[in-house]
Design a protein around this ligand. Structure first.
Ligand code: HAM
Length: 410
């Protein structure tokens, strides 16, 4: 028996319905902020992701060569692709651009609950606004989208300027090494790396920065940074908007393109893989041949949201089973059509079963049976049986449709 590839999943109809219902809630949340959906290819030139996505992602990429000898990669994330698209298609469009996406990504990771090799991200990118209110909007947007799903989670907001100020005497590659330790909260590794670099003295202030929870403390530890006013404005907007968050200046993010504000969210009821959203302000466009444009965005780990929500069943459709004899079939087909035209799910027997077997099947799978034999077909009527109460009556198709509608979802 052939199995699905490691780290991938199949989704049966119940699960797909639950996923679509949650997806719709997020879509509705971002629509209200003016974010419109975009779509990019599943694979891109490898270079798009090697330029600035960071060590971690590069090692996890699905890379292949096509028949023309081009080096391609399945997208490990969507941000780089969206910025590439912006340069190709929309760089003269009025700014800012508010874009969102719901798309699958591929990372060759060690699979476990909440960590897959194919997974879906629901994200947004705000392109061309370089202000405190733009940073705040994206955080509030992510919060709205996640809150709409019903997950319970904690939001942590930081800014790279503090860490970068402490590390300003280090080469960019050394800065990245240090930040990678901080991103993973690997304090032992941090200590070793800093002493190798002859910078052991930085350990104390970096640890203090990671642990501090107020702006005042952070400024004290990291010194005055040029972004001071912008950070204060952004937190002021968040405070006034009532978003619940905590400050965390240890957020370094695994991807290399962030330049300023960064944020992450963690679900309450997930284990090791509890990070359900990540984002921040970044610059990528100049690397891909465009003008330097400031952007802010986030991506929600949709599969982790679904794991966190558990088995919440979405509202079920009302199902009508059309039960008919061969004499009643052509009238039954038109009745089924009339139910569907009114938005009601109607299912006909396809197995050439007898009336009794059809009824037994409807009792297992439907809420109502609409029975049509020769007598009903001749009179242009149907027998509607409520399969929950057992009640039944004979009436015109339009009246049966009205009756089913009146019951609402079962
Ligand atoms: P990221 O933190 O690498 O950021 O991924 C965003 C979210 O995707 C994570 O917080 C996590 O919930 C989910 N995720 C990542 N890897 C997996 C996996 N293997 N299985 C399941 N879920 C996963 C980005 O990708 C950035 N592009 C976010 C961004 C957008 N920054 C600016 N704009």
């Amino acid at each position: 028996m052939i199995q699905k590839p490691r780290g991938t999943r199949d989704f049966l109809p119940d699960e797909m319905e639950a996923r679509r219902s949650t997806e719709a809630k997020m879509r509705e949340a971002v629509r209200r902020w003016g974010y419109r959906e975009v779509c990019t290819p599943e694979f891109e030139d490898l270079e798009l992701f090697t330029l600035r996505s960071g060590e971690g992602i590069m090692q996890e990429m699905y890379v292949f060569e096509d028949k023309g000898g081009r080096k391609l990669a399945l997208r490990p994330e969507i941000t780089a692709a969206v910025i590439r698209m912006y340069i190709n298609e929309a760089k003269v469009a009025p700014k800012p651009l508010r874009w969102c996406y719901f798309a699958d990504c591929f990372r060759y990771e060690r699979p476990q609950k909440g960590r897959y090799r194919q997974f879906w991200q629901f994200g947004a990118e705000l392109i061309g606004a370089d202000t405190a209110i733009a940073d705040a909007e994206v955080i509030m947007l992510a919060a709205d989208a996640l809150n709409a799903t019903g997950v319970t989670w904690d939001l942590k907001v930081g800014h790279l300027a503090f860490m970068k100020n402490l590390l300003k005497d280090l080469e960019p590659s050394a800065q990245r090494r240090v930040m990678a330790h901080l991103d993973k909260k690997d304090f032992d590794g941090l200590k070793t790396t800093l002493s190798e670099m002859g910078k052991a003295d930085l350990g104390e202030s970096l640890t203090a920065l990671v642990e501090c929870r107020t702006l005042a403390e952070a400024f004290e530890i990291a010194g005055t940074i040029p972004e001071k006013e912008r950070v204060e404005q952004m937190t002021g907007i968040l405070d006034a908007s009532g978003v619940s968050y905590s400050l965390n200046f240890g957020i370094a993010r695994g991807l290399d393109y962030y330049t300023g504000m960064v944020f992450e969210g963690f679900a309450h009821n997930l284990g090791a893989e509890n990070q359900i959203v990540g984002g921040g302000a970044y610059r990528l466009a100049h690397l891909f041949g465009g003008d330097d444009v400031a952007s802010v965005g986030f991506a929600i780990g949709f599969d982790r949201v679904m794991v966190s929500l558990g088995d919440v069943q979405p509202k079920k459709d009302t199902i009508v089973g059309i039960v008919c004899t061969s004499e009643g079939r052509s009238f039954a087909l038109s009745v089924a059509r009339a139910f569907r035209a009114e938005g009601i799910r109607a299912e006909m027997d396809l197995m050439e079963r007898g009336l009794g077997a059809q009824m037994a099947h409807a009792a297992k799978s439907a809420d109502f049976a609409v029975v049509i034999g020769a007598r009903e077909a001749e009179a242009g009527q149907v027998t509607l049986k409520d399969l929950h109460s057992g009640e039944q009556k004979t009436l015109a198709p339009a009246a049966a449709i009205a009756e089913v509608k009146a019951h609402g979802a079962r």
